[in-house]
Design a protein around this ligand. Structure first.
Ligand code: 3NM
Length: 222
């Protein structure tokens, strides 16, 4: 497997759906299917929080989400579970600052995509040294989806980190909705990662279409 090209990754990060069973009122694989039809370009399976699935049930859901992603040619990233990512032969792993260290994950996943959550220029500097393929920067706005989220950053952290890492694929995360997409992109992000803006709506396809339309509009003006 060749290393991922930054240009491909930037395109995949445009509308990045982060999803687990706790975020959904119905089957998460069905929501993924609808959201991809609406324009989602990459998916992260993030099975966290109260009542999160474990073991065989977690793997079963991940397998069904992977099948949907493969059918549509959309990459699947697994949050903080390298064993699961390798067992599924997923496209990559996303880790936070408190998870398994980036160097160790890189050794285990080879050229698969390695995403890292960063919250400051210092974390970004270390992440780049450790060869993360992309950064998730947040929370840009208040979020209802992560209990242990860091303080809200606004777009300042995104601007700072973009200023220091001109070529790095970067996605903004945290409380992003269609009407806030332009601020996130104008601050230097290549795309937006969302949970609730897609999973907490009755029609995931429609929600993804609205986000996608907003993104296409602002990205075309950059
Ligand atoms: N990570 P929503 S914020 C998973 O700041 C996650 O690193 C964050 O969900 C970070 O789109 C967040 O519903 C939750 O706000 C994003």
């Amino acid at each position: 497997m060749k290393p991922v090209e930054a240009a491909d990754l930037k395109a995949w990060l445009k509308l990045y759906l982060v999803i687990g069973s706790a975020n959904c009122r119905k089957d998460a694989a069905e929501v993924v299917e609808e959201a991809i039809r609406g324009g989602v370009t990459m998916v992260q399976f993030r099975e966290k929080g109260r009542n999160a699935l474990e073991g065989a049930a977690k793997r079963e859901l991940a397998g069904r989400i992977l099948a949907v992603c493969r059918k549509h040619g959309v990459p699947l990233i697994v949050n903080d579970d390298v064993d699961l990512a390798l067992a599924l032969d997923a496209d990559g792993v996303h880790i936070g600052q408190e998870d398994e260290p980036a160097e160790q994950v890189r050794k285990r996943i080879g050229n698969r995509i390695l995403g890292l959550s960063v919250h400051s220029p210092e974390e970004a500097r270390l992440g780049a040294e450790r060869h993360a393929d992309y950064f998730g920067v947040g929370p840009v706005f208040p979020t209802v989806s992560k209990e242990d989220a860091r303080p809200v950053q606004g777009t300042a952290a995104l601007r700072n980190i973009r200023g220091m890492h001109a070529a790095m694929p970067i996605v903004g995360i945290g409380g992003i909705t269609a009407d806030r997409v332009h601020e996130v992109i104008q601050a230097g992000a290549d795309g937006v990662a969302v949970i609730s803006a897609i999973t907490h709506t009755p029609d995931a396809c429609h929600a993804a279409m609205e986000l996608s339309r907003a993104l296409t509009g602002v990205l075309s003006k950059r």
